[in-house]
Design a protein around this ligand. Structure first.
Ligand code: GAL
Length: 413
């Protein structure tokens, strides 16, 4: 990852296709919420969703800006009635999908649901905690299924790629058709849905997905369930962060998606979770928590809800921070920066100093590299401390495998 800014610029010269209209743009900031997959794998049911939705509110996450409660794989086992309409297990969903969406709405939140672009979904090819689910995809039923989701009241739909991949479908063609069906459903019901494309970065979605969706995954899963366990490492976190680096594709309402958060997951320390959150914030990435909100330590809650970190993520310019500087002698010492709205300053950048190495390292940020001119005030975002004004650069020590998240602001003269 010792890519120079010039090389990154060169790679991005290919650029995304912004030419088509963006029909499913119903949000401008990166979506924030909670999704079921990293918490319960396919064992999602009505009781889980009601419990986690209530905890999103009582824990204070809603107050911090988390809005969506997203049902991921496992809610539907591929059954349909004679008219081709999706049917769900009434044991798992006793009051039905419409009632679940309306409960989520009653809490002042938004509801998300999930399907696959192919015929058989991930629950067929990679079953976790439920039996193999043939037919659990929307191929052949795009109009019907997305209309159904909109009628039930869902506000967000994630469309996976297990069936699409197995059938060798063309991602751009399939997701364009999905996006058109989502638009038709919105026109028919007056109820728009955010479209979240999940084809793991296959065929460079950053080049075509911005025109048809709000967010698109850029890599394989950050972590996979194995024998009932999800055990992400910091290498996983860095891998998906790196894969999501397509700053030219990102704009307000259109986001590279490095995957759902694993903040608070087993195997990550609180410091790891803080670094992970800093990486997503500098990326302006969607923030979909995946921990059990009913059982969250104060540390993890503080990491997920830090208002200044969230403000960097949600900054209205919608930029993705990108690599500006790599230490010549040590490619593991890096600086990423994300331009922020000026506010009361003349210019403002969020800056991430990342030490990927096993040793503490000194990192220097020349203001030149972060589009900053003149004396600028440095602020440590996590500690809330002002670190003073610096004329041309800032230099500090970053501990091994840690990141420092700063804002650098040029005062109005
Ligand atoms: C993967 C997807 C994950 C999760 C999982 C469910 O394809 O990337 O985010 O939805 O399927 O099986």
């Amino acid at each position: 990852m010792a890519l120079s800014a010039a090389l990154i610029g060169g790679l991005l010269a290919i650029g995304p296709d912004h030419s088509s209209a963006a029909p499913n743009t119903v949000v401008t900031a990166p979506p924030m919420g909670w999704a079921s997959w990293n918490a319960v794998a396919a064992s999602v049911d009505e009781a889980t969703i009601r419990r986690e939705a209530a905890a999103l509110v009582s824990s204070g996450l809603k107050g911090a800006g988390y809005q969506y409660v997203n049902i991921d794989e496992g809610w539907w086992q591929g059954t349909r009635d004679a008219g081709g309409n999706i049917t769900v297990d009434s044991h798992d969903w006793p009051s039905g999908m419409q009632s679940v969406a309306s409960y989520i709405h009653s809490l002042g939140l938004k509801a998300g649901i999930y399907t696959d672009a192919g015929k058989d979904g991930c629950g067929y090819y990679f079953p976790t905690s439920r039996p193999k689910a043939p037919g659990s995809g929307s191929e052949g039923h795009y109009d019907q299924d997305f209309l159904q989701f909109a009628k039930w009241g869902f506000d967000f739909v994630k469309v996976d790629w297990c069936g699409g991949d197995a059938e060798n479908l063309d991602p751009k063609t399939a997701y364009t058709a999905v996006s058109e069906s989502v638009s038709k459903a919105a026109a028919a019901t007056g109820h728009p849905m955010v479209l979240s494309i999940c084809n793991w970065g296959r065929q460079s979605p950053w080049a075509w997905a911005p025109g048809i969706s709000t967010m698109w995954r850029t890599s394989d899963d950050l972590a996979v369930w194995n024998n009932g366990k999800l055990a992400p490492t910091m290498n996983d976190v860095l891998r998906t962060f790196d894969s999501a680096q397509h700053p030219d594709a990102q704009s307000p309402g259109h986001y590279n998606d490095p995957d759902m958060l694993v903040v608070g997951a087993t195997g990550l320390s609180a410091e790891d979770s803080r670094t992970h959150m800093s990486l997503w914030a500098i990326s302006g990435a969607p923030l979909l928590a995946g921990n059990d909100l009913t059982n969250m330590s104060p540390d993890i809650k503080a990491i997920l809800t830090n208002p200044d970190v969230i403000a960097i993520d949600q900054d209205p310019l919608g930029k993705q921070g990108f690599l500006r500087y790599t230490d010549e002698r040590n490619a593991g010492l890096q600086v990423y920066a994300k331009q922020l709205v000026n506010g009361t300053s003349a210019h403002r950048e969020a800056v991430l100093l990342l030490n990927r190495t096993d040793a503490d390292g000194d990192i220097d940020i020349p203001w030149l590299n972060i589009d900053t001119k003149g004396s600028a005030v440095v602020h440590d975002v996590w500690t809330g401390q002002d670190l003073g004004a610096y004329a041309s650069h800032y230099r500090t020590t970053v501990p091994a495998h840690r990141a420092l998240l700063l804002t650098v602001s040029v005062p109005n003269s």
